[in-house]
Design a protein around this ligand. Structure first.
Ligand code: RET
Length: 248
């Protein structure tokens, strides 16, 4: 356990943001009765709920430790990796469900993702600076292969869906491509990269903005249109609210 410094402000904002996101998605999911439709809500709610818990763990100083690398003491928020280990596969599952992906594609994506976060954690805990960068490279390689599968195999599988679903799929896939690529950059220029470019305070702010966009922003786009999700799952369209009877 280590002392949490001024960056706790960002961790508090992260905790509140993820909590509000969770409650919002729970609210939106109320009244959804179709089993296939429910899957999107369940997965998305767990993504922000897990993140809210891990942000609170970091805010309260439990989810953090120190690592001495090359004679320098680094503050490492290990709870990030606990969060990402579960939430990034869930984000991919959301996208894969939308695309109607095969089981093998889902397993490949999740496997690559777990490998990426696992090797990223090794990079964060390694005490030899050069090896930290090597593990960062291994993890970044896994990310690139994963993104290659998103534009290749997964996009191909999404082609069987309607135009509306395909448009939503492309939007979400592009959000992932754009945001996920920034994580290794922030890591490398942040304190973990031991290059001394971005101080912990700003690194924590950057990860918080990325995490909120990649989880709450992603979820809002995904769950934004119930009719597109009905289209994707083949669920019966929800009946419009009956008009109030006007007494003659
Ligand atoms: C690390 C460091 C090592 C290199 C790479 C990384 C990638 C992390 C990613 C995290 C995504 C997190 C998301 C969270 C949502 O809230 C582990 C930072 C490649 C891609 C989407």
């Amino acid at each position: 356990m280590a002392q949490v410094g001024a960056e706790s402000l960002w961790l508090l904002i992260g905790t509140i943001g993820m909590t509000i996101g969770t409650l919002y998605f729970v609210g939106r999911g109320r009244g959804v009765t179709d089993k296939k439709m429910q899957e999107f809500y369940i997965v998305t709610i767990f993504i922000t709920a897990i993140a809210a818990a891990m942000y609170f763990l970091m805010y309260t100083g439990f989810g953090v430790t120190t690592v001495t690398a090359g004679g320098e003491e680094l503050t490492i928020y290990w709870a990030r990796y606990a969060d990402w280990l579960f939430t990034t596969p869930l984000l991919l599952l959301d996208l894969a469900l939308l695309a109607g992906a095969s089981r093998n594609t889902i397993f490949t994506l999740v496997g690559l993702d777990v490998f990426m976060i696992g090797t990223g954690l090794i990079a964060a805990l390694e005490t030899t600076p050069a090896y930290r960068i090597v593990w960062w490279g291994v993890s970044s390689g896994a990310l690139l292969v994963l993104l290659y599968f998103l534009v290749g195999t997964l996009s191909k599988q999404a082609k069987s869906k309607s135009t509306q679903v395909q448009t939503l799929f492309s939007q979400l896939r592009n959000i992932i491509m754009g945001l996920w690529l920034l994580y290794p950059v922030v890591w490398l220029i942040g304190t973990e990269g031991t290059l001394g470019i971005l101080p912990l305070y700003w690194e924590t702010a950057a990860f918080m903005v990325l995490d909120l966009s990649a989880k709450v922003g992603f979820g809002m786009v995904l769950l934004g249109s119930r009719s597109i999700l009905e289209d994707a799952t083949g669920a019966a369209p929800t009946e419009p609210e009956p008009e109030a009877e006007v007494a003659a």
